[in-house]
Design a protein around this ligand. Structure first.
Ligand SMILES: [Zn+2]
Length: 278
């Protein structure tokens, strides 16, 4: 049985009988003032507590792109585990800046379609993608992370680098992770999944965002995510703080109109979705 949790922002956690796999773990949840005006550092106490509560150290971590809400925590997590890390050249630069050499299986925009083994019956395919137009119709912080930057960087130093949709296969179940609201149709050709995790913010900025995607990847279950206000801390019992102006019900309506039979899940952060998914 696989346990699956959304851990906030674009973070996913998969726990199998033997292993733990993570995508885009971002536990620090720094406040808005720090994100916009200060240099940013991972909240190591929060990450340590998170790692201690896992049944084992992560065996594999996948990073979709290197914006701070996807990659800020990864150097500290990498220092505390020996696992395989899959991501972009920018991610490799970021880890090297932290003294972590040769830790990343680097995927480029043109070599992303080969499956990478992460463990027994677990593999990931990195599908080249593009970032959504998240701020005033523009892609925030484009380009590569500059390895000559001084640490700690401002959030703006966390350039997105190459952007990927990851397709992770665990046993016979295929999960697709869309961590930003855009994609390249031709790159998705031939890629289907059982469970699609779909980024909600900015869904209106790409015409046909849901319909074309669903037609191509044909999911049985769609899980909405990345709609939380990740500048707010999650209390142990608290509900997910939601970003304003997302029109989540409109988004669900779009999906239902196009694909009435698909199962749609609007999850709470840190809730095991296993029973709902399988
Ligand atoms: Zn981003």
């Amino acid at each position: 049985m696989i346990k699956v949790r959304w851990t906030g922002a674009a973070g996913l956690e998969f726990i199998t009988d033997q292993d733990v796999f993570l995508i885009d773990p971002y536990l620090s949840r720094l406040g808005k003032f720090q994100m916009f005006f200060q240099r940013v550092s991972a909240n190591t106490d929060v990450i340590e507590e998170y790692l201690e509560n896992l049944p084992s150290k992560p065996s594999g971590i996948v990073i979709s792109h290197t914006h701070a809400d996807h990659a800020l925590d990864i150097p500290f997590i990498a220092q505390n585990s020996k696992c395989q890390i899959v991501g972009s050249k920018s991610l490799d630069s970021l880890l090297k800046m932290h003294g972590l050499l040769n830790r990343v299986i680097v995927c480029e925009s043109d070599n992303g379609h080969e499956p990478i083994e992460l463990g027994d019956n677990v593999s990931v395919v990195m599908i080249p993608s593009v970032h959504g137009k998240a701020i005033f119709g523009r892609v925030p912080f484009p380009g590569e992370i500059d390895p000559n930057e001084t640490l700690p960087m401002k959030a703006s130093g966390y350039r997105h680098g190459a952007v990927f949709i990851s397709k992770i296969k665990i046993d016979d179940i295929t999960f697709m992770h869309l961590g930003s609201a855009d994609y390249i149709e031709s790159q998705l050709d031939g890629h289907t999944c059982d469970v699609l995790f779909i980024c909600v913010p900015d869904w209106k900025k790409k015409s046909g965002y849901t319909s074309r995607l669903i037609d191509i990847v044909q999911p049985e279950v769609i899980v909405l995510f990345h709609f939380d206000d990740f500048s707010r801390v999650i209390s142990k019992t608290g509900r997910t703080p939601i970003l304003p102006f997302q029109d989540i019900s409109g988004f669900i309506g779009e999906i239902k109109k196009h694909t009435p039979k698909v199962k749609i899940i609007l999850p709470e952060i840190n809730t095991d979705l296993g029973n709902e998914l399988f």
